[in-house]
Design a protein around this ligand. Structure first.
Ligand code: L3W
Ligand code: SF4
Length: 423
C-alpha cells in the first residue's frame, strides 16, 4: 500500500503519519536511506539536551505503553533513571503474539533502524548500558531486519562504547522467543532471558525496582519506543497536543476480518472507530461486531462505532484499546465458535503456574465446546452461569494478565447478547 493510500481514503480527513512515516519509503537494509529520511537526528538531539531533559519530555508527552496496559512511560523511565544502582537494563518487548496484532512486525520489518535508534535514546536516557530486544520466534524476517540494523549501527559507532562520539555506552542484544505467548508478559519474558522457565513473577516488585537479573529495568513495547523519536524531535508538549487526557499522540491499529483493506493504520488518538473503518474501505456490510483490543479485549457493536479511540472513551463503553486489534465480524459468523477459538488459545497458552488460570481456561473452553456442539450438560442457562463463575475466579485470583483477561471476550459477548440464552 502506498503512503498516500494509508493516509487518505474515502474522503475522510487526512491522517498524518509519524510511526509509519518511513514504512514503504526507506530501504530497511540501508542506514543511509534511514538517515536521508531524518534518521538519527533524534539520538543526536537526545545526546545534546541530556538524559534528564529526555526523560522530562517523555513525561510531559504523557506517552503511555502501547502493548495493552497503557502505563505511563515517563513514570517507568523516571524511576529507573533515578535509581542509584549502576546496573540497569532496557528491554524492548517485541514478543508480539496477541491474536490479531501485527503492528510491531510491520515496524521492525520495514523500519528497523528506527527501533534501534529509539532503544539507544531510551537506554542512554535511563542509564542502561545494555538493551535486550526479545523478539517473537515466529518473526524471522523482522529478526533478520533488526539484527542487520544493529550490526550496521555498531559498525558506524551508533552503538557501542562511544555512541556518536558522546562517550556514552549502549549496545543491544537480540534474544528470540520459542513460541510461548506467555513470554510476552514482562516478568515471564525476564525469566526467559535469564534462562528460566517462562513463568510470570508476582508483582510488586515491579521491573523498575527489580527486573532483569533483579536490577532496575525499563521494559517497553516496540510501538511505544518508536514514539520516543517523535517526542525527542518535536518535544513533549507538541506530542501531548494530539489527542486528549492520557491518550496522546498517534496509535497503530491492526484491522482484520471482513474489512475491504486489512492492514496496519495509524490514527490520531481520539479518531472514531467509524473513521478508522473508513480508512480501511468503509464500514463492512452486515457488520455484526468488532473485537477491539485483542483476544483479551472486548466486543463492540455497530451502534458504538462513533466511540472516540482513546483510553478514556473506550473505557466508558466497557472496552479497551489493548494492543490495537480491530477484528471485524459479520452476520455470517457463529459467535460461539469464535469464542471457543479464543478460549482454546488461552487454554493452550496458560503457563499452568496458578490454579485459577490453569483450570479455569480449560473449564471455559469445555463449556463453549459443549455450546458449539449443542450438547450442554444441563441447559444453556447452566453453561452460561458456569462461564460467568469461571470468569469471576480467573479475573480475581490469577497471578498475571493472561488469566485475569482470559474471560474478557466471553464476558463482553454475554453482556452484548452475542451469545446467550436466546442467541
Ligand atoms: C512501576 C508501578 N511500574 C504497573 C508497569 C508494569 C508494566 C506496565 C503495565 O500487561 C496487558 C493487558 C492486556 N511502578 C507500576 C508499574 N507498572 N504499575 O506498567 O502493567 P500491568 O500489570 O497493568 O499490565 P501487563 O501485565 O504489563 C497486561 C495485554 O497486556 N495482553 C496482551 C498483550 C499482548 C501484546 C502483544 O502481543 N504485543 O502486547 C494480555 O493480557 O491487554 O492490558 O510494565 O510493570 N507502580
Ligand atoms: Fe500462568 Fe495463567 Fe497464572 Fe499467568 S494467570 S501465571 S499464565 S497460570
Amino acid at each position: 500500500q502506498s503512503r498516500m493510500d494509508r493516509s487518505r481514503s474515502n474522503g475522510t480527513r487526512p491522517q498524518e503519519l509519524h510511526l509509519l512515516s518511513r514504512v514503504g519509503i526507506v530501504d530497511p537494509a540501508d542506514l543511509d536511506s534511514y538517515r536521508a529520511a531524518g534518521g538519527y537526528s533524534g539520538l543526536r538531539r537526545a545526546l545534546a539536551v541530556g538524559s534528564s531533559r529526555v526523560v522530562d519530555e517523555i513525561t510531559v508527552a504523557s506517552l503511555t505503553g502501547r502493548g495493552g496496559a497503557a502505563f505511563p512511560t515517563g513514570t517507568k523511565w523516571s524511576a529507573v533513571a533515578g535509581s542509584p544502582d549502576p546496573d540497569k537494563y532496557l528491554i524492548c518487548n517485541a514478543d508480539e503474539s496477541e491474536p490479531g496484532t501485527f503492528k510491531d512486525r510491520v515496524l521492525m520489518e520495514a523500519d528497523p533502524f528506527a527501533l534501534v535508534e529509539a532503544m539507544t535514546v531510551a537506554g542512554i536516557a535511563v542509564g542502561a548500558h545494555t538493551g535486550y530486544l526479545y523478539i517473537r520466534g515466529e518473526y524471522p524476517a523482522a529478526e533478520r531486519a533488526v539484527r542487520h540494523a544493529i550490526e550496521a549501527a555498531r559498525h558506524h559507532r551508533l552503538l557501542g562504547d562511544d555512541v556518536m562520539g558522546s562517550g556514552r555506552v549502549f549496545d543491544i542484544e537480540v534474544r528470540r522467543g520459542a513460541g510461548a505467548y506467555i513470554c510476552g508478559e514482562e516478568t515471564a519474558l525476564m525469566n526467559s532471558l535469564e534462562g528460566h522457565r517462562g513463568e510470570p513473577r508476582a508483582k510488586p516488585p515491579f521491573p523498575t525496582v527489580a527486573g532483569l537479573f533483579a536490577k532496575p529495568t525499563v521494559i517497553n513495547n516496540v510501538e511505544t519506543l518508536i514514539n520516543v523519536l517523535r517526542i525527542v524531535a518535536e518535544g513533549g508538549p507538541a506530542f501531548a497536543e494530539v489527542g486528549s487526557g492520557r491518550s496522546t499522540g498517534t496509535k497503530l491499529f491492526c484491522l482484520s476480518g471482513v474489512v475491504a483493506r486489512p492492514g496496519v493504520y495509524e490514527i490520531d488518538m481520539g479518531t472514531t472507530l467509524r473513521e478508522l473503518l473508513e480508512l480501511a474501505g468503509g464500514v463492512p456490510d452486515r457488520l455484526r461486531t468488532i473485537l477491539l483490543g485483542g483476544a483479551a479485549g472486548t466486543f463492540v457493536t455497530p451502534d458504538q462505532l462513533d466511540v472516540r479511540l482513546t483510553l478514556e472513551d473506550t473505557r466508558e463503553i466497557g472496552a479497551t484499546l489493548g494492543s490495537g486489534v480491530v477484528l471485524c465480524l459479520d452476520e455470517s459468523v457463529d459467535m460461539a465458535r469464535i469464542l471457543r477459538r479464543i478460549a482454546g488459545f488461552f487454554r493452550d497458552e496458560s503457563c499452568g503456574q496458578c490454579v485459577p488460570c490453569r483450570v479455569g481456561t480449560v473449564r471455559q473452553e469445555e463449556a463453549l465446546a459443549r455450546i458449539v456442539r449443542g450438547r450442554e450438560i444441563g441447559d444453556r442457562k447452566t453453561e452460561l452461569q458456569l462461564l460467568t463463575d469461571v470468569d469471576r475466579v480467573m479475573t480475581d485470583a490469577s497471578i498475571c494478565g493472561l488469566g485475569q483477561t482470559a474471560a474478557s471476550a466471553v464476558r463482553s459477548a454475554l453482556k452484548l447478547g452475542l451469545i446467550g440464552e436466546n442467541a
